[in-house]
Design a protein around this ligand. Structure first.
Ligand code: TEU
Length: 524
């Protein structure tokens, strides 16, 4: 049950480290830098898709689920990576993409020619010259594309990502076999991409204008049958393999249905990620999360950044709120604001690591990386940029290749001169090398916080209880009688309990008071 309180580090492989000099991260780069992750003190890594792919959506357009894209390496490299990670005590989760394939997957290539392969996707006739229904793509525009013989196929994302028909037995069998393929190679589990999709309502009815309930293509009850079958597959392994759902389901009660004992092990807690940096909002999110997870006996998780949202340092840098999760509207370049964001990132880390359950970290947050808000337009690669008619700059700003060392780009990213997205020159002070050994750095703070969490068994096992005596703008709770976590989101310093031993603080205390936008772990 290691996953119930694990800290899992997300490796966005395109941007982690480049081994061969082509400017794109790869498996050799990841293997070379595995020590960075192990030294951080996490339990596992989750790696974004590394499968063969035309890369129309950064690898979420898979053309072969049982191999490695040559730009990332080979199957042999993958097996070496898994063995080396295990030798360092790191478990390895991969990313499975069951809602859609790439349009270059052999099934879809055959389906385009007509015939029975079309049954594995969702092909329909249109309404005159109009698509079969009013569904919209997440990336903008209609969710349907017409093929030369006049039929249309469904794609909830890019046209290069046709949705599969999950009523087809061959589709179900293919994914079960794919799970086994990777489990047999030592993979410890999977993150399930858009886990709340897959099943579409029979007849594919229009959405209409109102918010339909139940929704015709999100969070359908029938999807749970799929995960019950997957759970049986994972449980047949020794040790059992695990799943984490990527499900953007707002209602905690609906989300916890994915976490029943015979379904998935964990799910990303996006309510926590989208909560503004305000005590009442955070407290409400924590209460709801704990209640709904407890109801099904599941372990909660906590996450603040990933490859789809603006980095939380830049969201929190907006003085009064967390900012939109994907695209930050007002360009921010004032160093004072970034310093506020960094201060809140440190406080948020202590909050997150002291809550009961598991934690997901996104590569680069331990370096204090901000969102890159001013990427030149001709550098943008995310399909949302084009699909939105060039209004939505998309998700590239959180995907910029990591700075490892040196004074100028490519900051040790790889042996070549380039990186697939340009790095800001200002990142010289944020490289892993520049921060290592500097006790004031974000990186050393992450290392120390993770080390301290490991040394305090109460953070894994002790009961959680809110403490209200610090006032409405402070989030404070205990984990058993011996541990107190205090996060000050007010504008004034807050006194810590008398005779308290502060074992870790995110900022310097003012006497025995905790300053604004700071957190402390207190032991007795
Ligand atoms: O994301 C699913 C998803 O719904 C996101 O597009 C999300 O709504 C958006 O990014 C929030 O701003 C997953 C992957 O994480 C994403 O990278 C893929 O593009 C998408 O699936 C399609 O596979």
């Amino acid at each position: 049950m290691w996953w119930r309180d694990a800290v899992i580090y997300q490796v966005y492989i395109r941007s982690f480290a480049d081994g061969n000099g082509d400017g794109l991260g790869d498996l050799t780069g990841l293997r070379n830098r595995l020590a960075h992750i192990a030294d951080l003190g996490v339990d596992a890594i989750w790696i974004n898709p590394w499968y063969p792919s035309p890369m129309a959506d950064g690898g979420y357009d898979v053309s072969d689920y049982r191999d490695v894209d040559p730009r990332f390496g080979t199957l042999d490299d993958a097996e070496k990576l898994i063995a080396e990670a295990h030798a360092r005590g790191l478990r390895v989760l991969l990313d499975i993409v069951p809602n859609h394939t790439s349009s270059e997957h052999p099934w879809f290539v055959e389906a385009l020619a007509g015939g029975v392969m079309r049954d594995r996707y969702l092909f329909r006739g249109g309404r005159g010259d109009e698509p079969p229904n009013d569904w919209q793509s997440v990336f903008g525009g209609p969710a349907w594309t017409r093929v030369p013989d006049g039929q249309w196929y469904l794609h909830l994302f890019d046209p290069s990502q046709p949705d599969l028909n999950w009523d087809h037995p061959e589709v179900r069998a293919y994914f079960v076999d794919t799970l086994r393929f990777w489990f047999d190679r030592g993979v410890d589990g999977f993150r399930i991409d858009v886990a709340h999709s897959l099943i579409k309502q029979a007849g594919l009815p229009d959405l209409g204008t109102a918010r339909p309930d139940p929704h015709p293509h999100w969070d359908r009850d029938e999807v749970h049958e799929v995960y019950r079958e997957w759970r049986r597959v994972a449980d047949a392994y020794d040790p059992p393999r695990i799943f984490v759902a990527e499900a953007w389901v707002d209602e905690p009660e609906r989300l916890s249905r994915y976490l029943r004992p015979d379904e998935l092990h964990t799910a990303f807690n996006f309510n926590y990620l989208t909560a503004p940096w305000r005590a009442p909002d955070l407290r409400r999110t924590i209460v709801r999360t704990l209640a709904e997870h407890l109801a099904v006996g599941a372990a909660p998780t906590w996450v603040l950044s990933n490859h789809d949202v603006a980095r939380h340092l830049s969201r929190y840098a907006r003085a009064d709120q967390s900012g939109p999760t994907r695209q930050l509207t007002d360009l921010l370049d004032r160093p004072a604001d970034l310093a506020l964001g960094a201060r809140r990132v440190r406080a948020a880390l202590l909050l997150t690591l002291s809550l009961p359950g598991g934690v997901y970290l996104y590569q680069g947050e331990e370096l204090g990386l901000p969102e890159v808000e001013d990427l030149p337009e001709d550098a943008l690669r995310d399909p949302t940029w084009r699909r939105s008619g060039f209004t939505d700059r998309g998700r590239d700003g959180c995907r910029v290749p990591l700075p490892w060392s040196g004074d100028a780009p490519p900051f040790g990213f790889g042996p070549g001169p380039d990186t697939w997205l340009p790095q800001p020159a200002s990142w010289a002070s944020l490289t892993a090398a520049a921060q290592t050994g500097d006790p004031a750095s974000m990186l050393e703070f992450y290392r120390e916080a993770l080390r301290t969490r490991r040394a305090l068994p109460a953070l894994r096992t002790a009961p959680f209880r809110f403490r209200d005596e610090f006032g409405p703008d402070v989030v404070a709770f205990e984990r058993g009688p011996g541990f107190l976590s205090v996060v000050n989101l007010s504008a004034a310093p807050v006194p810590l309990p008398p005779r308290a031993t502060v074992c870790l603080a995110s900022a310097e205390l003012i006497g025995d008071r905790l300053p604004p936008d700071a957190a402390a772990w207190v032991t007795r």
